[in-house]
Design a protein around this ligand. Sequence first.
Ligand SMILES: Nc1nc2c(c(=O)[nH]1)N[C@H]1C(S)=C(S)[C@@H](COP(=O)(O)OP(=O)(O)OC[C@H]3O[C@@H](n4cnc5c(=O)[nH]c(N)nc54)[C@H](O)[C@@H]3O)O[C@H]1N2
Ligand SMILES: Nc1nc2c(c(=O)[nH]1)N[C@H]1C(S)=C(S)[C@@H](COP(=O)(O)OP(=O)(O)OC[C@H]3O[C@@H](n4cnc5c(=O)[nH]c(N)nc54)[C@H](O)[C@@H]3O)O[C@H]1N2
Ligand code: SF4
Ligand SMILES: [Mo]
Length: 706
Amino acid sequence: MTAPVPGRRVVRAVCPHDCPDTCAMLVTVEGETAMPDGSIRGARAVEVRGDPDHPTTQGVLCNKVARYLERTYASDRVLHPLRRVGPKGPGARFERIGWDEALETIAARWRALAAEDPQTILPYSYAGTMGIVQANSIDRRFFHRLGASLLDRTICSNPGKEGIALTLGANMGPEIERFDEARLILLWGTNPITSSVHLWTRVAEAKRRGAKVVAIDPYRSLSAQKCDEWLAIRPGTDAALALAMMHVLVREDWLDHDYIARHTLGFEALRQHVAAWTPARAADITGLPAGAIEALARDYGTTRPAAIRINYGLQRHAGGAMSCRTIACLPALTGAWRDAAGGVLLGSGGAFPVDVDALERPDLIWNNPRTVNMVLLGAALAGDAQALSGGPPIRSLFVYSANPAAVAPDANQVLAGLARDDLFTVVHDVFLTDTCDYADLVLPATTQLEHFDIHKAYGHLYWMVNQPAIAPVGEAMSDSDLFRALARRLGFDDACLFESDEAIAAQAIDGRHPYNAGISVERMKATGWQRLAVPARFAPFAEGNFRTPSGKCEFVSARARALGLPALPDYIAPRESPLTAPALAQRFPLMMISPPARNFMNSTFGNNDALRAAEREPYLDLNRADAVPRGIADGAMVRVFNDRGSFLARARVNDRSRPGVVTALSVWWHKHCPGGRNANAVTSQRLTDLGRGPTFYDCLVEVARA
Ligand SMILES: Nc1nc2c(c(=O)[nH]1)N[C@H]1C(S)=C(S)[C@@H](COP(=O)(O)OP(=O)(O)OC[C@H]3O[C@@H](n4cnc5c(=O)[nH]c(N)nc54)[C@H](O)[C@@H]3O)O[C@H]1N2
Ligand SMILES: Nc1nc2c(c(=O)[nH]1)N[C@H]1C(S)=C(S)[C@@H](COP(=O)(O)OP(=O)(O)OC[C@H]3O[C@@H](n4cnc5c(=O)[nH]c(N)nc54)[C@H](O)[C@@H]3O)O[C@H]1N2
Ligand code: SF4
Ligand SMILES: [Mo]
């Protein structure tokens, strides 16, 4: 760290975004003035950089967050509460009001709604900030106390987490810090150069040391371009590939019999089950040559350490949870878990003992409210009885740390719902997002430099603390302060609604678990972060110790059977594909995926001019084999459509998407797209096999010249 200069200090912070890397940031602040009450005013952040001492950050922030000061001091920031004047929708106009009026307006509307049924109020939040205090504590307490509808927060990771937990018992795996030791790395449905650049650093190092790196992806992503091999699999068919790999491992006896005997459950049943999964059969489903499947299985069966990184690409399909569950069987067959650089990593979040009940206080719930799945927001706002669990209609929506207008599937239904005049919508955000266009009130939120928080990670094993570097800009208010203020207005007097940020942070760290030994907010305030109390060379399942009911890696799962799912890992086909929905595919023959664009974070940063300029404009990557018969030339404007809607994009004709697949890197703001719609105009609200998650990439479309 730089030595402190008078009038200049460095504050330890954490990147708040929904990214596995959860980087440690150092914020340089100048010009502070100590106020009589001990607070510090007038300070300005002048530099944000990655902490060189943090083991995974290693001094580097990604291209987006390196621009965090532009975000904090942006000229288009919302700086005070706003009330909409005129109609809802694109181009909505707002006028400035005071906080007092804003809070009183909300309290009055909610008092009236609550008198009838508070379930008519729906909170909607996701991961704008991953901070535990700001986004996962006092907000929940408040809405529990209010009696609002519960929100099932499943738009991202739930299917994979629940799927992998059937096999492993928890969502954890090898540490990214060990990936540089691996001799074989499978990047399976993930593009870390875009979405987890600090993992990519380790992968690149492994490659320099001679490791083979294989990308399994329908799209030749930035990462796939740099791999030794690219296996262009058909979307949604990953489990079939994994089953065929198991077939070959068993046939060739590339198995760790000792590991299987001691640490797995149901091998004999699995062995019989995969006998039918020949590479030829999987080739028909995945579109990969049988020879390539054989070769991949050979590499996997004969190379140690072997690390598999799976991520979200393969989850966003009808069988997304099953894909994760099935792939997670592979390392137990070969004993890859024995190596610190071996096994399968979906996320590390399951390693963090967080006292969720202490944070969210479900004991405050008094009215047994219904739960609304956030993926089904469009249907819920349209009054669909199933999406509303038979409960009352939604009359008020409170959006924070989320931008559902842009990111939720089936955008036309979402936008129609948001446009309802009888819906009282409040949005707490830093910028005037697409969702704000439909808000009755917009409230200014702080950025990470302006509030306190504590973070776990889903890519590494360090607890992190974020100290405020500057005072709130304008009249911005943090989430925790906002929910305290709302609680006060509504006359709630439960003490837990008024606890300090630091008190809440301390409650997050579940002291009963040995992984949290020695960890405290106080210590972290000095050091910025603390590693979980796990061995330096973390290898969670080297000696078994799976977190399943049996303590073993469960090839056969009684819990799956109880859930009505196959007892054995299997393949669940996509709902929308030419093989499984031939009638639909007659009209809409192309499978569309819409994975993250490098310069955006979901829809966050979509309004940063430099980052948007780097993405240029909404593109559709399509294969020459699909472009030529449609008369689509490189650079032409195309319309992408199905029965749910349509959007416009600039065609890039290349060989990056496998034939039959089109790729629309996302998530653009609707208002920045030609025609006012982004790729979610065509995605569906159908859910995954398990985990109630979205199926964004299970999506048939047709493409035509616009
Ligand atoms: N720059 C940037 N970083 C991000 C995000 C962002 O928007 N931008 N989003 C963050 C969030 S919220 C998340 S959840 C993570 C996502 O992290 P990842 O899941 O790693 O997302 P991607 O990096 O796009 O990688 C997904 C890859 O899966 C491929 N894919 C799509 N369908 C399939 C399939 O059926 N099978 C296989 N094998 N591959 C498939 C896509 O082409 C894509 O290359 O990233 C986080 N990091
Ligand atoms: N087509 C398609 N759609 C997708 C995806 C895809 O790959 N393809 N990815 C999906 C995935 S993986 C995810 S996780 C979701 C993400 O969905 P969201 O979590 O809704 O993510 P963002 O679009 O980044 O919106 C977050 C908003 O929170 C705001 N914000 C940031 N910090 C704070 C804060 O401290 N307080 C408050 N109140 N607000 C804050 C930001 O300014 C931003 O507008 O999108 C999903 N949508
Ligand atoms: S890589 Fe991820 S955690 Fe690190 S600064 Fe970028 S978005 Fe934040
Ligand atoms: Mo996500």
